[in-house]
Design a binder for this molecule. Structure first.
Ligand SMILES: Nc1nc2c(ncn2[C@@H]2O[C@H](COP(=O)(O)OP(=O)(O)OP(=O)(O)O)[C@@H](O)[C@H]2O)c(=O)[nH]1
Ligand SMILES: [Mg+2]
Length: 400
């Protein structure tokens, strides 16, 4: 699942890593060069200090002959010798201070130099460094079924996270890029949504209507959700509101039998809003927790059929209107989600056939375009093939 998106994200991470490495090598080379330039200056300063010290040392140094005569002098005229001794002490002090000063100069330059080097090595990416990599990355996202506005949003998030960022010495580059990508991707998802918790706390019966174009997996998904809810202790009733397609009622009944759940149905051609209404009345009377309503697949461009969905909304006021489409439909699914949302105001989406989706961008795109959460991914044809969709887990998975 989602191999292409995964591979493209990896490719981008590696590219940025190599850009960072190159920049750091350059910075290191510059630092080495500058240090080499600075070294003679430091040496010169140190040399000067040494000279001063030496001269001062010379001044206090007493040659052997002078020492003898000094001794004689001391004997002959003690006060003069005493004076000289005092002078000698003053000189010694001067020499000591000069030495300290020299060490001080050396230490000061050392710290400054070091800071400069560290700063340079920490300097990170600017916009020009990333331009080419980002434009390739945008193309790769589009190829992975990420819709254009979503790809643009991701790129802008990545830019914000990476440009001007400083890497501390020793910090792992790929970790920085991965964190930036994680943040960029998570930011395009709306807040997560806990379906089970919603059903638990909502006033009963919770009314859920499933909509989408033909053959995307609505009926199968309803059966999967019914199974999911039953497993968690909720009672469920199904509304067979696809009164349009031959065989639709029987298809739902077959699932209901397998799961041992009641189905409310009318004859073919009946008003779907009336079927959902009846199912809600049944649930109220029999204290059922949830009503799951199947509807006929319809093209989002068919105005009459879209109006029919509006009627279901008006009559039954669903708690959740769930849009179902195939992950493999890519940008078509995104466009359909947008139009269904415009018509009936969807609350969430479920993406089916994720098990067949190698690209992986649909979930991000639909969530971003509709600003509504993805609740589940359908991952096969069995009742248990329904995976709770969590943006964090999804992002971790495609960045793994
Ligand atoms: N591989 C795979 N197949 C799925 C999944 N969900 C549904 N299908 C298959 O998709 C086909 C269509 O599923 P339906 O549930 O009939 O789709 P629908 O949206 O109700 O179709 P209409 O009622 O005709 O609009 C069936 O063969 C399902 O078994 C899934 O998650 N993975
Ligand atoms: Mg169906």
């Amino acid at each position: 699942m989602f191999e292409r998106l995964k591979a493209k994200l990896k490719k981008f991470t590696e590219k940025v890593e190599s850009i960072v490495r190159k920049k750091e090598e350059q910075a290191r080379a510059e630092v080495v060069e500058e240090t080499a330039e600075e070294t003679p200056k430091i040496a010169e300063k140190a040399e000067k200090t040494q000279e001063t010290v030496r001269e001062e040392e010379k001044a206090v140094e007493l040659p052997a002959t002078a020492a003898v005569s000094a001794l004689e002098e001391r004997e002959a005229a003690p006060p003069a010798v005493e004076k000289k001794r005092k002078e000698e002490k003053v000189e010694e002090k001067k020499v000591e201070e000069a030495r300290k000063a020299e060490v001080g100069v050396k230490r000061k330059l050392g710290v400054k130099e070091k800071l400069k080097a560290v700063f340079k090595l920490e300097a990170f990416l600017d916009e020009r460094d990333l331009d080419a990599a980002l434009s390739d990355f945008e193309e790769d996202l589009l190829e992975s079924d990420v819709a254009l506005p979503v790809a643009e949003a991701i790129i802008s998030n990545v830019k914000e996270a990476l440009i001007g960022k400083r890497r501390k010495i020793g910090e792992n580059v790929s970790k920085i890029v991965l964190e930036a990508l994680k943040e960029a991707l998570l930011n395009v998802f709306p807040e997560g949504f806990d379906f089970e918790e919603f059903v638990r706390v909502r006033e009963k019966p919770v009314k859920i209507v499933f909509v989408g174009v033909n053959g995307t997996g609505k009926t199968t998904t309803i059966a999967k959700i019914a199974y999911f809810l039953k497993e968690r202790g909720f009672s469920v009733v199904l509304a067979s509101a696809d009164t349009y397609r031959t065989g639709a009622v029987e298809q739902l009944e077959k699932h209901a039998d397998a799961l041992n759940i009641k189905v409310i149905k009318h004859r073919y051609g009946a008003d779907p809003a009336a079927v959902v209404y009846d199912a809600v009345k049944y649930a109220e009377a029999h204290k059922k927790d949830v009503v799951l309503a199947d509807t006929a697949g319809r093209m989002h461009t068919n105005v009459n059929l879209m109006e029919q969905l509006r009627k279901i909304c008006r009559v039954t006021r669903p708690d959740l209107m769930i849009f179902v489409d195939e992950a493999i439909a890519g940008n078509d699914a995104v466009e359909r989600a947008r139009i269904f949302d415009e018509y009936v105001g969807i609350d969430a989406s479920i993406l089916t056939k994720a098990d067949m989706d190698v690209k992986g961008g649909s979930a991000i795109s639909i969530a971003y375009i509709t600003s509504k959460p993805i609740l589940f991914l359908g991952t096969g044809q069995k009742y248990g093939d329904l995976v709770k969709f969590d943006p964090k887990e999804f992002v971790e998975r495609i960045l793994a």
